[in-house]
Write a protein that binds this ligand. Structure first.
Ligand code: RIB
Length: 293
């Protein structure tokens, strides 16, 4: 079993601010930092730091050397990452005094995947292998269809949720990792208590992890329902907390751990990530997580 993560790689320009800026407001920031991020890169780094061999596919620009180096340093297999001679993906992130963020995405090379490139990468994977996806790259619908044809198990974190997902055949997804907003957008059901049932009804073949911020996380596969509370900490930066959760959950799941263990490990990993600044740099190793559990 191999794990391929086909996803975004971003340079994050992170501004520390007193509060998230309002429309029409001008505000000085305390500090600017540059971190490696992107939901795709973060999840690959999290899986690798959790001890899972992972191959990342995605496109960087001529400003993306650091992104490649970060993947390599974390132990991610990078032979499928390609560089294009144009500007890569980046974000402008505000982080306020409570650690909450708001993110503007510039897609850059993340929006330049081609069918030929997707086919070339997917040819290295087959039945029983995992494909992990988020929603920051183009061609998600094509990649899902082709991976499914190859018998791969598809894991989707549909974040950020937008109309590109309407083109995807989501019945081909085996595992969804969603927050309450994305779950409501997928099901049209806003009541968190009913969201899991609505998801299971819409996608009877899939399993779901629903994260609810400070209200913990649920797993449901139509039969087994498991709850995991958060590990309370003082957050300094929540960027990549969800990606860390995803990476550690997948690591434990593919390892054959029981769901409660997988959720607990993921919750602990993400609680550590929020106490550190930045996206990829905030992701702990499995040893750090296990030492605290
Ligand atoms: O999930 C966090 C990530 O979202 C950041 O690293 C940023 O790049 C955006 O993609």
């Amino acid at each position: 079993m191999k794990v391929l993560n086909f996803g975004s790689l971003n340079m994050d320009y992170t501004y520390s601010v007193p509060h998230i800026i309002a429309g029409g407001e001008t505000m000085a920031s305390y500090e600017l930092n540059e971190y490696c991020g992107g939901k795709g890169l973060n999840q690959s780094v999290a899986m690798a730091k959790a001890g899972l061999p992972v191959w990342h596919a995605g496109l960087i620009g001529n400003d993306g050397e650091k992104l490649l180096e970060t993947c390599e340093a974390a132990g991610v297999h990078t032979e499928f990452i390609r560089k294009l001679p144009v500007r890569g993906g980046h974000t402008v992130i505000q982080v306020d005094e409570k650690g909450q963020n708001s993110i503007i995405l510039y897609g850059g090379t993340n929006r330049m995947q081609t069918k030929e490139y997707a086919d070339e990468v997917l040819a290295h994977f087959g039945s029983g292998d995992y494909l992990v996806l988020q929603n920051e790259i183009n061609l998600l619908d094509y990649i899902i269809d082709k991976a499914y044809e190859r018998g791969m198990k598809i894991v989707l974190n549909p974040s950020p949720y937008n109309e590109a997902l309407d083109a995807c055949d989501l019945s081909k997804v085996s595992l969804f990792l969603v927050n309450e907003i994305e779950a409501a957008q997928i099901t049209g059901n806003k009541d968190p208590e009913h969201v899991l049932d609505a998801l299971a009804e819409s996608f009877p073949e899939a399993a779901f992890v629903l994260t609810l911020g400070s209200d913990g996380a649920w797993y449901y596969d139509g039969t087994e329902k498991v709850f995991q509370d958060i590990f309370p900490v003082k957050a300094v930066d929540t960027t990549a907390a969800g990606d860390t959760f995803t990476g550690f959950f997948i690591r434990k799941l593919t390892d054959g751990a029981d769901i409660q263990t997988a959720l607990r490990t993921a919750a602990k990993a993400s609680s550590i990530a929020v106490t550190r600044v930045g996206a990829a740099p905030s992701i702990p190793t499995m040893a750090e997580v296990e030492a605290e559990i």
